[in-house]
Design a protein around this ligand. Structure first.
Ligand SMILES: Nc1nc2c(ncn2[C@@H]2O[C@H](COP(=O)(O)OP(=O)(O)OP(=O)(O)O)[C@@H](O)[C@H]2O)c(=O)[nH]1
Length: 222
C-alpha cells in the first residue's frame, strides 16, 4: 500500500512539512542568473523522487516506497561556466490517476527526464504537451540492482539512439551519474539559451562521455 507524500498541488502547498517549506523558501532566495524548469517523468516507483532527492540533498530515500501525489518541486542552483543556473525541478507522480495534474505543468518545462518503460508513451506525452525545443534525457535508474537488471546498458543506449535522446544509467542509492545527469541538462539549456559569440556548439553526448572518462580515471562528478 502506498502512503501519501507531502506534495505541492496546483493551488499551493497541500501537505508539506514546515522543514520542507523552509528549505524551499531558502533555495528560492538563492542568487541565480537564469532559471529553467525541469520535469521528471516516468512510471511509478522507477525512482524519480529518489533521483531528485539524491541530486538536491545528496541522500538516498530508502525504506518504504511512498508514491508522489500529484506534483512536487525542489530547486537547486548549479554553476555552469561561472553562471548560476537555477533548476526548478518538478517531480511528477508516475501513477496514471495523476496524469491530468502533471499535464498542466508540461508547457513551460525546458528539460525533461523520462524513464525507460513505455518510453514511446512518455515521449508522445512530452511532444504533445511541452515546448518544441524541450531538452529530453533518458535515465535508466537503479543501476545498483545488478541482479534484477532487465535491460542491458547496450539495449538502453540503442533505444535512446533510436529516439535521438541522450541516455545515462543512474543510481539514486549510490549516487552514480545523478549529478552528471543534471549538470549535463543545465549545460545544454544554458548553451541553447545563451550562446556566446564564437563559442563552439555544446554537444551533450560528448560532454557526458568526457565527464564519465574523467570520473573513471580521477573521481569526477558522480
Ligand atoms: N536500489 C535502488 N532503489 C531505488 C533507487 N531509486 C529509488 N529506489 C527505490 O524505489 C522505490 C521508488 O522510489 P521513488 O523515488 O519513490 O519512485 P517514483 O518514481 O518517484 O514513484 P512515484 O512517486 O509513484 O511516481 C523506493 O522504495 C526507493 O527507495 C535506486 O537507484 N536504487
Amino acid at each position: 500500500m502506498s502512503i501519501k507524500k507531502a506534495t505541492l498541488m496546483e493551488n499551493g502547498v497541500k501537505n508539506g512539512t514546515s522543514r520542507n517549506v523552509l528549505e524551499r523558501c531558502a533555495s528560492v532566495n538563492e542568487y541565480f542568473d537564469i532559471a529553467f524548469k525541469v520535469m521528471l517523468l516516468g512510471d511509478s516507483a522507477v525512482g524519480k523522487t529518489c533521483v531528485l532527492v539524491r541530486f538536491k540533498d545528496g541522500a538516498f530515500l530508502g525504506g518504504n516506497f511512498i508514491a508522489t501525489v500529484g506534483i512536487d518541486f525542489r530547486n537547486k542552483v548549479v554553476t555552469v561556466d561561472n553562471m548560476k543556473i537555477k533548476l526548478q525541478m518538478w517531480d511528477t507522480a508516475g501513477q496514471e490517476r495523476f496524469r491530468s495534474v502533471t499535464h498542466a505543468y508540461y508547457r513551460d518545462a525546458q528539460g525533461k527526464y523520462a524513464t525507460f518503460i513505455l518510453l514511446q508513451a512518455w515521449l508522445t506525452e512530452i511532444y504533445e504537451y511541452a515546448q518544441k525545443d524541450v531538452v529530453i534525457m533518458l535515465l535508466g535508474n537503479k543501476s545498483d540492482m545488478a541482479a534484477e537488471r532487465v535491460i542491458t546498458h547496450e539495449e538502453g543506449e540503442k533505444l535512446a539512439k533510436e529516439y535521438g535522446v541522450p541516455f545515462m544509467e543512474t543510481s539514486a542509492k549510490t549516487g552514480v551519474n545523478v549529478e552528471l545527469a543534471f549538470q549535463a541538462i543545465a549545460r545544454e539549456l544554458k548553451h541553447r539559451n545563451i550562446q556566446q559569440p564564437h563559442e563552439p556548439k555544446f554537444k551533450i553526448h560528448d560532454y557526458i562521455e568526457s565527464q564519465k572518462q574523467k570520473s573513471n580515471c580521477c573521481g569526477g562528478l558522480m
